[in-house]
Design a protein around this ligand. Structure first.
Ligand SMILES: [Zn+2]
Length: 89
C-alpha cells in the first residue's frame, strides 16, 4: 500500500491505495496516484501511453470504454475509491 495526500478545501486529505490495483483506464497497475486520483494512473491522467507517446483517438476511445466498464457512478469498482481528484470538487 501507498498513501497520497491531496489538498482539499477542507484541508489535506490522505488516502491509502493499492499501487498494484489496475488503472480504470488502461488496466495496468496504477503504480502511483495522479491528480486524477488513485484509480487513474499518471499516464492516463495525461492522456499518454506507458511509453510516453500521446494517445491516438483509438487509445482514447479504449480508455473511455474501460472507464465505463471499471467504474460505476464515478467510483472504481475494483478499488472503491473515487477516480476523480478530491481537490477538484
Ligand atoms: Zn492508466
Amino acid at each position: 500500500m501507498k498513501s497520497v495526500t491531496y489538498q482539499t478545501p477542507n484541508g489535506p486529505r490522505t488516502i491509502e491505495y493499492n499501487e498494484n490495483a489496475p488503472c480504470v483506464m488502461c488496466e495496468l497497475p496504477v503504480v502511483s496516484a495522479s491528480m486524477g486520483g488513485t484509480a487513474v494512473c499518471p499516464w492516463c491522467d495525461c492522456g499518454k501511453n506507458r511509453d510516453g507517446t500521446k494517445w491516438s483517438g483509438e487509445d482514447a476511445a479504449r480508455a473511455a470504454r474501460n472507464y465505463q466498464k471499471n467504474t460505476r457512478d464515478g467510483v472504481a469498482i475494483n478499488q472503491g475509491e473515487h477516480p476523480d481528484c478530491p481537490a477538484g470538487t
